[in-house]
Design a protein around this ligand. Structure first.
Ligand code: SF4
Length: 327
């Protein structure tokens, strides 16, 4: 049996940055680091940060006043930042820059008084955060639509002043189908020039399609509550392969491999590379003599760390010039 490793796979630049922010804070400060929501949707990542002392909460009011806190890569609505200021929290923002870009689009549409349709999963933390950025009570408002059926039904105040944004981790083709329904209904529809679905989501989905050209089974390492993991499984199935989402190597079942000469292995944007290494080790035990091969090219994009963290790092390196931790 051959195991084909997808490229790119695993951590995207936004996740890499968010995890690095938390890891550096834990190393730099001698006090608890609170994180609002799972920093990224992956249990292994969250558990390893918990083991290093990070404290995860869902709401800002669970964080003691004056504490140091981090907003997760999925972002948050402006109310979270306001509440944090009121509570005197020293907040480090790990929102992925590509999610922040969507927030800015929503702000611009609100200023132009357009109705905004957010294509995404209702209740997903990124989508909840994004809708919160619509700040104009005199505008056409903001609402979430999940699929083509909802796009056909949605009502807006003024059909000539409608815009859309999307969750960053959707499946590209399905999102395009929803946009085309909206375009038919609202010919003046305004949208992002290059789309909101991020490069990492798109590249990982393309890499899965590439795997499916030679593999009849695709294993995706990721979390069941991670949108980008679920979309990768969907993409593999749509391309005609069997696909399974697994959180760790321990879940891999020998029966799944029967009858498959070429098996694809990939990991979602929030799954660390050591999970892939663990899966390869287990496959080598289950199928002695298995060959591991690479397919595609890895990514090399890196997002800059937030300035307050860089300042803190510099201050720790030169303690005589140590500034306060206020952000
Ligand atoms: Fe940012 Fe895309 Fe990664 Fe989400 S999947 S954290 S939007 S780069």
């Amino acid at each position: 049996m051959d195991v084909w490793l997808a490229n790119p796979r695993g951590f995207c630049a936004g996740v890499e940055r968010a995890v690095k922010i938390v890891e550096e804070l834990i190393d730099l400060v001698d006090e608890p680091v609170y994180i609002r929501h799972e920093i990224v949707h992956n249990r292994a990542v969250v558990d390893s940060l918990k083991a290093r002392g990070a404290i995860f909460v869902e709401r800002t009011d669970e964080i003691p006043a004056g504490s140091l806190a981090v907003v997760s890569a999925h972002g948050a609505d402006p109310g979270v930042f306001r509440d944090a200021r009121v509570a005197g929290l020293r907040l480090f923002d790990a929102t992925c820059p590509l999610v922040s870009k969507v927030h800015l689009e929503v702000l611009a549409h609100a200023q132009a008084r357009r109705s905004v349709l957010v294509i995404g999963h209702r209740g997903h933390v990124e989508v909840v955060g994004t809708t919160g950025w619509y700040d104009n009570p005199d505008g056409g408002g903001i609402q979430v639509i999940e699929d083509e059926a909802e796009a056909r039904e949605v009502q807006v105040r003024d059909p000539t002043a409608v815009a859309y944004v999307t969750q960053t981790t959707l499946e590209v083709e399905s999102a395009n189908r929803v946009v085309s329904v909206l375009r038919q209904r609202f010919p003046a529809l305004v949208g992002p020039h290059h789309g909101d679905i991020c490069y990492a989501t798109q590249n990982r989905q393309d890499a899965v399609r590439n795997l499916c050209q030679r593999c009849s089974l695709v294993l995706v390492l990721g979390a069941p509550h991670s949108s980008n993991s679920l979309r990768m499984v969907e993409v593999a199935r749509e391309a005609g392969a069997e696909a399974r989402l697994v959180e760790s190597a321990a879940e891999l079942q020998p029966a799944w491999l029967e009858g498959h000469a070429d098996v694809g292995l990939t990991s979602s944007a929030s799954a660390p590379e050591y999970l892939v290494a663990g899966a390869i080790d287990r496959l080598r035990v289950l199928v002695p003599g298995v060959q591991v091969r690479q397919l595609g090219q890895p990514e090399h994009l890196v997002f800059k760390l937030p300035t307050p963290l860089l300042d803190l790092r510099a201050a720790r390196a030169a303690p005589e010039a140590r500034p306060s931790l206020s952000t």
